[in-house]
Structures are given as structure tokens and as C-alpha cells.
Design a protein around this ligand. Sequence first.
Ligand code: SAM
Length: 285
Amino acid sequence: MADLGNAKNTAEIIKKYGFSFQKRYGQNFLIDTHVLDKITDAADVGKEDGVIEIGPGIGTMTQRLCERAGKVVAVEIDKELIPILGDTLSGYSNLKIINADVMKTDMGALIRDEFEGMNVKVVANLPYYITTPIVMALLEQHLPLTSITIMVQKEVAERMQAGPGTKDYGALSLAVQYYADTYIAANVPPNCFMPRPKVGSSVIRLTVRKGSQVSVTDEKLMFALIRAAFNQRRKTLVNAVGNSADLGISKEAVSNALAGMGLDGNIRGETLDLRQFAALSNALT
Ligand code: SAM
């Protein structure tokens, strides 16, 4: 079976099937063996693991995952790729390919049905047009996942990993870090993909935490406060939250809560860490 992790073999497959890349599906296929190894190493996949791959493309990374994992389930939206995958991955009996939109797939049911008794890891070179919705859907459902190792746009990886007071810090950083520990395993230049994307990419591993890092009475309120704080980044937290019609919380209540936490009333949301957002939310519940 040909190793797809290089430009020549990928181009041959594309030609053989007359496949045309769909921009709307974020199709940039990996053509670099080292990068493929970096992703599978960062995901730390072994025979005891079940792997969900989102967007297998022509099966380049899927090949490697099948070699290392106990079982792989790959979810691909583009029906044109299904016969190609049937060909490129015909040698693997531990693989199931599902032709579906991952955003419309019941991941909880998929995990229950396909991976009983296994550690489940998500590994993917994600389509960049829906990176954040996919990651947040995986995390917010509290799925029994060990880790999520993904190729994303470099600046998105930096936002996921950022801490308070930095320019990349925002609602995405707090949302991801609430559920997982982050680790950027590699930066990947555009020439490792076919076709080349316009942006740089990074491999980031999100290790899903078993328990929560902070104790929050009302998760929804905490995330609404975070969104309000970063929607009006330049404003003080008191004004950003107090001005939010959705929240209906008075400026006075925010001031009092901040005072109770020993924080200055003029503080901006971008300086608060996750623990402080949790404490603020608990004080306002
Ligand atoms: N894994 C392959 C690789 O690394 O060469 C392809 C990665 S490509 C960046 C993204 C893949 O996700 C494409 O195969 C695309 O068709 C698929 N895709 C896009 N949107 C999807 C969705 N909503 N659900 C499932 N797959 C999707």
C-alpha cells in the first residue's frame, strides 16, 4: 500500500480519481511524513486507544492512525472522498468510515457504539472554516475523551493557549482551558499541505481534564460574563458587563462582586484568569 504522506503519491491519487479540492470543505491535505509523525506522536496513540478522525481526506493520516490504534472511526463530509478512502485504506480491518458532517453527528452515541471499554482520542487535521465550533462542541458536551490533538490555524492555537494580559487571550482561551490543558506540539508551514493554505498552522494537543480546574455554580453565567468582557475588550469589566442587555446585571453588582474579591473596580476583563472569572460568576449567581 502506497504511503500517501508525500506530494507525489497524493497527486497520483487525486489524478486517478479526478478529484477536485473543495474550498468550502477546507480541504488542504497533508503531504509531509514528519508532520504526520508529529501529530500521531503528540496524540500518543496506542493499541488500547480508539481514535476518532475528523475529515480523513484521502486517508493520509488515517493510514498511520490505523497502524497504531486499536480502532479508528473517520468522519468525512465529502462523498467524493468515500470511494477513494475505500481504495487507499482497503488493507485495514480496524477502520470504519462514516460519510457525515461531524457537526451533525451524535458523538456521544458514536463513542458508546464504537469504542466500548477503550480510551477515546480525537485526532484531526481540521477544516479551518469550522475549527472553533468543532472544538467547542467536543468539549462542551463533556464527552468521555482523553485528548484532542488537532492541526489548526497557528493563530487559533495561540489563542487557545494564551494567558491573561496577552493580546491573544480571549473567550476561546478561557473556554478551552476550562476543559483541557493545552500543549502546542509543532508549528507547520504552508508547504506541508496540498493545496497550500494562506496561513501558518500548528498542532495543538488538548488533554481533557477529568475534574474541573475551578468550581463554578453556573457555567452558563460564567461563559456569558466572559463573552461580555471580551466583546468590549477596551472597557472596564464593570462597564462591559453592566452594559450587556443579555446579562441584566447592574454595574453596582459587578463593582461589589469585584470588591469582595479584592479587585480594583477599574479592572479590565482581559486581566482576569479563569479562577477569577469563576469567582466573579459565583459571586453574581
Ligand atoms: N486529514 C486529511 C489530511 O490531513 O490530509 C484532510 C484534512 S483537510 C484539512 C479537512 C478534511 O475535513 C477534508 O477532508 C474535508 O472534506 C473534511 N471536512 C470538512 N468539513 C467537515 C465536516 N463538517 N465534517 C466532516 N468532515 C469535514
